[in-house]
Design a protein around this ligand. Structure first.
Ligand code: SF4
Ligand code: SF4
Length: 507
């Protein structure tokens, strides 16, 4: 019996209320997925949650599309970096990304030959153990494409170890204007479903749920049809589509836990332990199946060029493409005179140097937003920010506390729970940038934990905390020499997962 409920959380921003979601409804039929072949790529060694990879090419080297140009150091929590174009390495230089991360970057000039590694072809043997499948995903450099950036192989290993029962695929993409995940579903539904099913099997879960807005009828049908086509190959799994109300932000794991399982997660609670579930972005699932079935590493992604000052385009972009080349490819940027946002219009970061800012693995959108003069006044205590905060915070109160240096009080007020969704800043009629202040404070709190996770330096897990260690990321063929302890599965017939190899092909 299909689940007919509509899930959601309290508060948030609603379509038709304050945000223009309307541009999202008609895009797919009108605009085909476009492609771009940039003149160069700038490949940062740290696009993921973890320590940076190390460049393994030198200036002057020629490289082929699909080639690994950055490799994790032995024993570190990291993922490799691959190029999506062929050409010559022209530079290996330090770079600072708009999110403040400083790392080295490999710059490759395109030779326009589109020459690929020979190994980038469909895998002939599709009988893989769970460990083999997860190692393929690790070697492909895949990390959470919805924005979290956690290496997917590590997250799968952890979910397997935790014995989760439900595999959740986040198809909710609730940010206004952005449609890259939705395009991934309409263009490659079988890749998304195959990837999700393969990963569900790999971690030993039995139920695979796709979470999608009730208004995304086209994507829902695409998923339903794909499940129908593929379900016989995954008879051991149960598939279902869970419909959610359209509102922003919807896909954050703590809001999903509340909506789907009725559980409120604290900052240190995990979906895995509290709900027995794990959540992955649908574009990440597409990348996983590309790696498993076609042997293609993570070297490109779909990016929405969007916003109220541009048309809507969804473009298949080699990772590392400079933002300026991407927006110039659609041709209508300069006329608009808008601000360029690296990411979504509510949560992204405005950039000033699009020539030297690359698309990274986590960039789902470049938003071009009209310049508006918002009158700045003191708080008028309208309460709108509290009304919309999905985490149930009082942003104006916390903002005041932080302004007065009352950090302890702000923390007690829940400031660390801020998920930087941007809703409060967006809605504030006084033009106060509440998010920047509160999210920066919440982020400081997390840095300490992140560092200890990343470097695994004697940090002891407190109860309920999810710790990743380097051996969970490193392993597999490409990284053989760099591998830590690779977890070995039983190789008996029962332990092997069989991955069908006739899912929808990419063109
Ligand atoms: S940015 Fe933080 S404080 Fe503001 S609405 Fe979102 S979660 Fe609440
Ligand atoms: S929305 Fe702005 S003006 Fe209204 S209470 Fe919040 S901070 Fe004050």
């Amino acid at each position: 019996m299909p689940d007919r409920r509509r899930y959601s959380f309290f508060k948030g921003l609603f379509p038709g209320d304050v945000l223009n979601f309307s541009k999202r409804s008609h895009y797919v039929r009108e605009i085909m997925l476009e492609r771009i072949y940039p003149s160069k790529v700038i490949l940062p060694m740290k696009m993921h949650y973890g320590v940076p990879a190390v460049p393994c090419v030198r200036i002057g080297d020629t490289v082929l599309a699909g080639q690994c140009v950055g490799i994790p150091e032995k024993g570190t929590f990291s993922v490799p970096v691959h190029t999506g174009i062929s050409g010559t390495v022209t530079d290996v230089k330090p770079i600072t990304l708009p999110n403040g991360i400083s790392t080295r970057a490999v710059v490759i000039k395109n030779d326009n030959k589109r020459a690929r590694l020979e190994s980038l072809k469909p895998r002939s043997i599709m009988k893989l153990s769970a460990t083999e499948a997860i190692n393929i995903i690790t070697d492909a450099g895949i990390c959470g494409m919805g924005g979290e950036g956690i290496p997917t192989g590590a997250k799968l290993r952890r979910a397997k170890k935790e014995g989760v029962k439900d595999f959740l695929v986040n198809c909710l993409q609730s940010e206004p204007y952005s449609t890259s995940d939705l395009t991934a579903i309409t263009e490659y539904p079988d890749y998304v479903v195959n990837g999700a099913a393969a990963c569900t099997r790999a971690i030993g879960a039995k139920r695979c749920f796709f979470l999608i807005s009730e208004q995304r009828k086209e994507q829902r049908e695409a998923l339903e049809n794909s499940i129908e086509r593929l379900k016989d190959k995954f008879k051991d799994l149960t598939f279902d589509i869970k419909l959610f109300r359209e509102r922003f932000p919807q896909g954050y794991y703590r809001l999903v836990a509340k909506a789907l399982y009725g559980k409120s997660l604290g900052a240190r609670d995990t979906l895995e332990r509290t709900c027995g579930a794990v959540l992955f972005n649908c574009s990440t699932m597409l990348a996983c199946w590309e790696a498993i079935s076609d042997n293609i590493p993570m070297m490109s992604r779909i990016v929405s060029i969007t916003g109220d000052a541009s048309g809507i385009h969804n473009i298949l972009v080699p990772i590392g493409t400079p933002v300026s080349e991407l927006i110039n490819s659609i041709g209508d940027f300069k006329a608009s005179g808008g601000r360029i946002i690296w990411g979504n219009c509510l949560t992204g970061i405005e950039i000033q140097d699009p020539d030297n800012t690359p698309i990274i693995k986590l960039t789902s959108a470049i938003s071009i937003i009209r310049r508006q003069v918002v009158p700045k006044t003191p708080c008028i205590h309208c309460g709108l920010c509290s009304e919309c905060c999905p985490m149930g915070l009082s942003p104006n109160t916390i903002y005041e506390m932080l302004n007065q240096g009352l950090t302890q009080k702000a923390a007690e007020e829940g400031a660390r729970d801020c998920i930087a969704c941007g809703s409060c800043s967006y809605i504030c009629p006084a033009g106060i940038d509440l998010t920047a202040k509160i999210a920066a404070f919440a982020g400081e709190g997390r840095v300490i934990e992140v560092n200890s996770l990343l470097y695994n330096s004697g940090h002891t897990a407190s109860e309920g905390e999810l710790i990743y260690d380097p051996s969970e990321t490193v392993g597999g063929s490409l990284l053989e020499d760099y591998g830590g302890q690779i977890e070995e599965d039983g190789r008996d017939e029962e332990g092997r997962i069989v991955l069908p190899f006739d899912g929808g092909k990419k063109v």
